[in-house]
Ligand binder design. Structure first.
Ligand code: SAH
Ligand code: SF4
Ligand code: F3S
Length: 444
């Protein structure tokens, strides 16, 4: 590390999170922790005494962005805030970050951020402040209780880490081995969130459906949450096909508050590619799994993640992915160009795919996905559904909320406010959102 100078203790802070919902959750917990230390949150990084960049390492672009974001924190008068790099880039790069730039004061990994206040003190004294430990003891116990959330929707991490080692992926290295938070800790946090005004909770994990405590699985947690008065909706993400138990599938039939939405990444529709990715499921086993889910919950919205241009992917492999997408008819899907990550097995595989081939495949896949999204959304036109209002819309009087199928719904609803559940008739649909009209206020 470079030799830092002592500084004034920061009084205001700003946390900026990139990447997955887990990082959003971690960012909120860091903010709560700094708040508990007496620091005040600033609207943006431009005038905060301290900025936390909560980073993502999943693709190359994400990493480059971190360094350009750090550079942009330099102010016109030559000063800069105290800068902490947190998240998965911090874990992966460690002290390399402070070798590459003199602008970073703190490096803290995703399993060590409960020590952020100590690290701030160290940086203030001008000492090296780097912590990328992955302690066996959970950080969760060291975090303060949840502070009151202004929003009606909340994330709740129940599981972290990954033991699956897909050959392209950094997550097992940046987040460590799979751990499940204890049952009581999860339920206590859920209660605190509901007491604080949350009406919807999304359970989070890198493989959330791997949650377990030896006797109980994720579906048991969901059933327990279903009994919480005041909680209206339960969601969970991200799931792995191999951890999709019969109990969890049955929960989609039996638990009223569990929303009809399932994000179940498959990555490719070609068996040889799935094998090279070490996904440990096949195209067919994935499709049969979806059949089972649809059998108990016919209206379920399915979403997925796809990678195009994995090493060795032929035209035929890619066509197999397109045909899988056509077969499933996703309500929503994310698709990415393969990005070789240092230290992962796929980065050294033969048959790396040329950029222009990846571009063309991604375009074709995304065109297909967008057409399916539009079709899914248009099928809801003329129907009515409950919408949980999350935020004001752009137009005066307009509000934006989510349908049970996680679609964004714009609605003008006089008298309704954020956090209300209202009954809406869908009147029009685009690929990314719906417009609705208020039917009647639902007694919620
Ligand atoms: N645990 C989740 C997802 C983790 S990362 C799961 O297994 O589904 C989110 C998504 O990023 C992945 O589903 C994958 O589609 C994409 N991804 C991961 N590593 C990637 C890489 N090296 N290049 C491109 N996309 C990648
Ligand atoms: Fe990455 Fe695979 Fe684990 Fe998902 S299951 S986090 S893609 S290694
Ligand atoms: Fe990114 Fe780490 Fe999440 S690499 S996707 S922030 S687990």
């Amino acid at each position: 590390m470079n030799r830092p100078e002592p500084k004034n203790p920061p009084r205001t802070f700003h946390v900026k999170s990139f990447g997955c919902q887990m990082n959003v959750y971690d960012g909120e917990r860091m903010a709560e922790m700094l708040g508990a230390q007496g620091m005040t949150a600033a609207e943006d990084g431009a005038n905060a005494d301290m900025v936390v960049l909560n980073t993502c390492h999943i693709r190359e672009k994400a990493v480059d962005k971190v360094y350009s974001d750090i550079g942009r924190l330099r102010r016109e008068d030559g000063t800069r805030p105290m800068i902490a790099v947190a998240g998965c880039v911090a874990q992966a790069e460690g002290s390399e970050i402070t070798r590459r730039t003199k602008m970073v004061d703190i490096v803290v990994g995703p399993q060590a951020y409960h020590r952020l206040p100590e690290l701030v003190e160290k940086a203030t004294r001008g000492e090296e402040a780097l912590d990328t430990d992955m302690p066996a003891a959970s950080k969760f116990g060291a975090l303060p209780g949840r502070s009151r959330q202004a929003r009606p929707t909340a994330f709740l991490t129940v599981q972290e880490g990954c033991d699956k080692f897909c050959t392209y992926c950094v997550v097992p290295y940046t987040r460590g081995a799979e751990i499940s938070r204890p049952w009581d800790a999860v339920l206590d946090e859920a209660k605190a969130l509901v007491d604080g005004g949350a009406r919807e909770i999304t359970l989070l994990g890198q493989n959330v459906n791997a949650w377990g405590d030896g006797e109980r699985g994720l579906h048991d947690l969901i059933i327990a949450l279903d009994r919480l008065d005041g909680l209206a909706r339960i969601r969970y993400t991200t799931s792995h096909p191999n951890d999709m138990t019969d109990g969890l599938i049955a929960a989609h039939r039996d638990v009223e508050k569990l929303m009809p939405y399932l994000h179940l990444p498959v990555q490719s529709g070609s068996d040889p590619i799935l094998k090279a990715m070490n996904r440990s499921h096949t195209r067919d086993s994935y499709l049969r799994l979806l059949d089972k889910v649809r059998a108990v919950r016919p209206d379920i919205a399915l979403s997925g993640d796809f990678i195009v241009g994995f090493p060795g992917e032929t035209d035929a492999d890619f066509e197999a992915t397109l045909s899988l997408v056509r077969e499933v008819g996703y309500a929503y899907a994310f698709s990415f160009k393969y990005s070789p990550r240092p230290g992962t097995p796929a980065a050294d595989m033969d048959g790396q795919i040329a950029a222009h081939v990846m571009d063309e495949r991604l375009q074709r896949l995304q065109a297909r996905i967008i057409a399916d999204q539009l079709a899914f959304n248009q099928a809801t036109v003329g129907k009515s559904c409950a919408v949980l209002i999350e935020k004001p819309g752009r137009k005066p009087g307009q509000l934006v909320g989510k349908s049970p199928w996680l679609q964004s719904v714009h609605v003008v609803a006089e008298g309704a406010k954020i956090g209300d559940m209202i009954e809406v008739e869908i009147v029009s649909a685009g690929p990314n959102s719906l417009a609705g009209e208020l039917m009647r206020r639902k007694a919620a």
